[in-house]
Ligand binder design. Structure first.
Ligand code: FAD
Length: 428
C-alpha cells in the first residue's frame, strides 16, 4: 500500500486529495496536511473585505469532509521536507513518511520586499493591506469601517514582482461599486498603482482587448493609474513609487497619498518547500516537468501557485505569470492520473492544459478572460465584460465550495460549462 501525502489544502490541494482518492480507492492511503483546520475560498476574499461576505460563508472545516471520503487529515504546518528520506516534519516535531508527495502550498506572501508594506502580523510593515487570506480581508474590512466615517484617498494595486493582477483590478472595481452604493465615492480619489507595463497586461501580455477595455473601465469610474510602477517603500499615508519608462529608465518619482491601501505582494514559495535542496528556483517555486513532477525527485509532484512558470515576457518592472483556479485544477488532474500510472507500472503521460481562465467581479458587472494557451500566440484570446460575469463568479464560488463539501472530483462545471467554452482539462 502506497502512502500519498498532499501538503496544502487550498484550491489545488483539496481537489487533488479527492481526485487521487477516487482514482486509487482503498488500495492506497491518502493523507492531507494543512497549516490550518479550515479551507478558505481565496477568490471570495475581495467580497469579504467590503463586508459582502462573512468569514463563515467562504471557509469550510476540512476534517469532516475528508474523513467522509476515507482521506486522513492533519491540521499542522509542515516545517521540513526530507526529500531523500521521504519524510515530513510537522509543527510540534511529529514526522510523517510518504511514498509520493504532492506539494500544493500556494504562495508565501513576500511583503518584506517593499519596506512598510503588508499586514504587521504577516511580516509586513503595517501600512498597506492585502486580500490574500481571509484574515487579511477581515483586517481590511475593520479599517474600512473606520474609513467610511472619514473617507479619503485610496490606493489599490500590485507590487513589483507580483503575478496575481486580476484580484487587484477586481478589488478596485468592487470598492468603487461599494463606495458608490454608499454615496461616498465623491469623497474618495482612487489611484491604481501597478508593476504591469500597461493597464490590462495582467501578467499575460494582455488578453484580447484587455488594455483598452480596462482603461476605459477605469476612466469611466474616475480612477487614475500609474503603470510600470516600482513601489519602493510605504509610510503611514504615503506610497513612494518610481515609475519607469518602457526602456526601464526612471520616468518619474511619485509620492502617492492615501488613507487606505491594498497592494497585492510578490509571491515566493513557502519556507519548508523553498529549503529543499534542488527542488526549487531561487524564489522557492517548485521546478517541475510537463507531467507536474519535480525535476529532482521522482516521487514529488506539485501544482498551483507554488510551481515555477516563466514570465510571459520581460517587463520594465518585474511581473510574474498568474496561476488561476481552473489552470490549477488542470495541473491537479494530471498529477492524479500520473500517480495512478506510476503505481500501475506505467510511465506518467498526463499533462495539464495550463489555460488561463479568469472571472473578475467588478461589483455590479464583471470581466472574463480566456487565454488558451497562456503564452501567446494563442488559439483563444478573448476578454469580455458584462453583468453575466458577476453572476458567473457567484456561481463559481457556490460551485467550488459545494465541491469541497461533497468531495466530487469533477462535477458539472468542468464537464459542461468549460466544454461549452471549448476548454479541456487534461491532455492525455
Ligand atoms: C485575492 C485573490 C483572489 C483570487 N481570485 C481568483 C479567481 O477569482 N479565480 C481564479 O481562478 N484564481 C484566483 N486567484 C488565484 C488562485 O486561484 C488562488 O491564489 C488559489 O488560492 C491558489 O491555489 P493554491 O492551491 O495554489 O494555494 P492556496 O489556495 O493558497 O492553498 C495553499 C494551502 O497550503 C497551505 N500551506 C502553506 N504552507 C504550508 C505548510 N508549510 N504546511 C502545510 N500547509 C501549508 C495553506 O494553509 C493553504 O491552505 C486569486 C488569488 C488571490 C490571492
Amino acid at each position: 500500500m502506497a502512502h500519498i501525502v498532499i501538503m496544502g489544502a487550498g484550491i489545488g490541494g483539496m481537489p487533488a486529495a479527492y481526485e487521487i482518492k477516487e482514482l486509487l480507492g482503498d488500495a492506497h492511503r491518502v493523507t492531507v496536511v494543512n497549516s490550518t483546520d479550515y479551507f478558505q475560498f481565496v477568490p471570495s476574499n475581495p467580497w469579504l473585505a467590503v463586508g459582502w461576505r462573512q468569514r463563515d460563508d467562504i471557509t469550510v472545516e476540512i476534517a469532516p469532509y475528508l474523513t467522509k471520503k476515507g482521506i486522513d487529515f492533519i491540521a499542522k504546518a509542515v516545517t521540513q521536507i526530507d526529500a531523500e528520506a521521504n519524510r515530513l516534519t510537522l509543527d510540534g516535531g511529529d514526522t510523517l513518511d510518504y511514498d509520493y508527495l504532492v506539494i500544493t502550498t500556494g504562495p508565501k506572501l513576500s511583503f518584506a520586499e517593499v519596506p512598510g508594506a503588508g499586514p504587521l502580523n504577516s511580516g509586513g510593515g503595517g501600512f498597506t493591506h492585502s486580500v490574500c487570506s481571509v484574515e487579511h480581508a477581515m483586517e481590511f474590512f475593520a479599517d474600512y469601517e473606520h474609513f467610511l466615517k472619514n473617507p479619503g484617498p485610496i490606493v489599490i494595486g500590485a507590487m513589483p514582482g507580483a503575478s496575481c493582477f486580476g484580484p487587484a483590478y477586481e478589488f478596485a472595481f468592487i470598492l468603487d461599486t461599494d463606495l458608490r452604493k454608499r454615496k461616498l465615492r465623491h469623497k474618495v480619489p482612487m489611484t491604481y498603482v501597478t508593476s504591469e507595463p500597461y493597464i490590462g497586461h495582467l501578467g499575460l501580455g494582455g488578453v484580447g482587448d484587455s488594455k483598452s477595455m480596462m482603461e476605459s473601465e477605469m476612466r469611466s469610474r474616475d480612477m487614475k493609474w500609474i503603470t510600470n510602477a516600482k513601489t519602493t517603500r510605504v509610510e503611514e499615508g504615503k506610497m513612494f513609487v518610481t515609475q519607469l519608462d518602457d526602456l526601464g529608465n526612471v520616468y518619474k518619482d511619485h509620492e502617492v497619498p492615501f488613507k487606505l491601501s491594498m497592494m497585492l505582494p510578490a509571491f515566493k514559495g513557502v519556507d519548508a518547500v523553498a529549503a529543499v535542496p534542488n527542488l526549487c528556483n531561487p524564489r522557492g517555486f517548485v521546478l517541475i516537468d510537463e507531467y507536474q513532477r519535480s525535476k529532482a525527485y521522482k516521487n514529488i509532484f506539485s501544482a498551483g501557485v507554488c510551481v515555477a512558470i516563466p514570465p510571459v515576457e520581460v517587463t520594465p518592472v518585474a511581473t510574474g505569470t498568474p496561476k488561476t483556479g481552473y489552470m490549477i485544477e488542470s495541473m491537479v488532474g494530471a498529477i492524479a492520473h500520473n500517480i495512478v500510472d506510476e503505481l500501475n507500472g506505467r510511465t506518467p503521460s498526463a499533462k495539464g492544459t495550463w489555460n488561463a481562465i479568469c472571472l473578475a467581479d467588478m461589483g455590479d458587472t464583471g470581466a472574463a478572460f480566456v487565454a488558451l494557451p497562456q503564452i501567446p500566440p494563442r488559439n483563444v484570446n478573448w476578454f469580455k465584460k458584462g453583468k453575466w460575469v458577476h453572476y458567473a463568479k457567484i456561481a463559481f464560488e457556490k460551485y467550488f465550495i459545494r465541491k469541497i463539501k461533497t468531495g466530487n472530483s469533477e462535477p458539472v462545471y468542468e464537464k459542461y460549462v468549460l466544454k461549452f467554452l471549448g476548454i479541456h482539462r487534461v491532455n492525455k
